[in-house]
Design a protein around this ligand. Structure first.
Ligand SMILES: [Zn+2]
Length: 343
């Protein structure tokens, strides 16, 4: 059965938005869950938008290879479709010069989305890493930032529900469009780290903030901090406390570099935070054969390291992967200091 778009809902929208809106989600009714509507959007878009269909088809050609590292495991993904994204220039100057492909009036002709709570458009990603890969893009062109929008992330997590993950990439460490606020969403269970953080022996409970548990995770070759709780307001507060502590330790005013994966299961919110030191490893900037094209964002930090160049896919070994993580992750001492500043 197709979706009924209620004319009185859609009619009030500005014309460009009306044209780009496939359907609306305003909080859901029993038959109109957020993941259900997103999957309908995907199947509609595969029929009406050739680039998306091709992008999804190209996932069949993706090759994967597991690399066992010291204490953890990483899956390399050879995904040539991601080359543009991996090489994307994310500097400030370029951000002004290039056309923003998340702004409504620059969306491809056939692209439509799900209007989420009157503020975001949920779009199908035409260069997917997973079989159903969405971009949750703000209607307005405003900079990528988590501080003011953590409540949206928590709400999206709850409304996508179990079986899904909602992702955030900081503007300087993986966001492909750093000047246009967006999240991503996709099915959970795709990243090796999701399994690893369920192993109790790895979890170190470091503190509680207003009932929210804060953990560090051992032996992952990169820093991971988990916030877990069942009250979204308290989650928001604990996140801000952690963010403030990190800023203090790093002596910065701006948002600390980080990637976040959010999961919501059995009434619990879990934010898996990867604090970062830099976006790309030094090897990315080498010349010629020595160059390694990796550009780690959340999915890479989660253990699916995307290599759009075949040579890199074939040659990266455990030592190289550990080196990359060690280089781009924030160092353990800074994370410890930040947590100590809270306690
Ligand atoms: Zn924009």
């Amino acid at each position: 059965m197709g979706i009924v778009i209620r004319p009185w809902q859609k009619d009030g929208l500005p014309s460009i938005l009306k044209q780009k809106t496939y359907t609306i989600f305003d909080g859901g009714e029993r038959m109109r869950t957020l993941p259900g509507l997103c999957l309908e959007l995907l199947s509609e878009q595969k029929n009406s938008w050739l680039d998306l269909r091709n992008g999804c088809e190209s996932l069949k050609d993706v090759r994967e290879r597991d690399v066992p590292c010291r204490g953890f495991s990483v899956r390399l993904q050879y995904n040539p479709g991601r080359i543009r994204s991996s090489l994307a220039s994310v500097g400030e100057k370029n951000a002004v010069e290039r056309q923003c492909f998340l702004c409504l009036d620059h969306l491809p002709e056939s692209q439509k989305g799900l209007l989420y709570r009157g503020e975001y458009l949920i779009l199908c990603n035409p260069m997917p890493i997973f079989s159903s890969h969405y971009t949750v893009s703000h209607l307005e062109h405003r900079r990528q930032a988590i501080t003011e929008h953590i409540s949206t992330l928590l709400q999206l997590m709850a409304e996508f529900g179990s079986g899904w993950t909602v992702l955030y990439n900081g503007p300087k460490c993986g966001a492909s469009v750093p000047d246009h606020l967006h999240f991503q969403a996709g099915p959970s269970g795709q990243m090796p780290v999701e399994k690893e953080i369920r192993e109790e022996k790895r979890l170190i409970l470091r503190t509680r903030i207003d009932g929210i548990l804060l953990y560090r995770v051992r032996d992952l070759g990169r820093e991971v901090v988990i916030l877990e709780g069942d009250d979204p307001m308290a989650m928001e507060g604990a996140f801000q406390v952690f963010l403030t502590a990190l800023k203090k330790v790093l002596l910065i005013e701006e948002e600390p570099m980080m990637n976040i994966a959010g999961f919501h299961e059995e009434g619990k919110w879990r934010l898996v935070i990867f604090p970062r030191r830099k976006h790309r490893p030094e090897a990315f900037f080498r010349e010629g054969d020595a160059r390694v094209v990796v550009s780690p964002g959340l999915i890479d930090m989660g253990g699916v390291l995307v290599t759009p160049v075949e040579k890199d896919f074939e040659r990266l070994d455990a030592a190289a992967v550990e080196g990359i993580y060690g280089e781009v992750s924030l160092e353990a001492s800074a994370v410890e200091k930040a947590i100590d500043a809270i306690v």
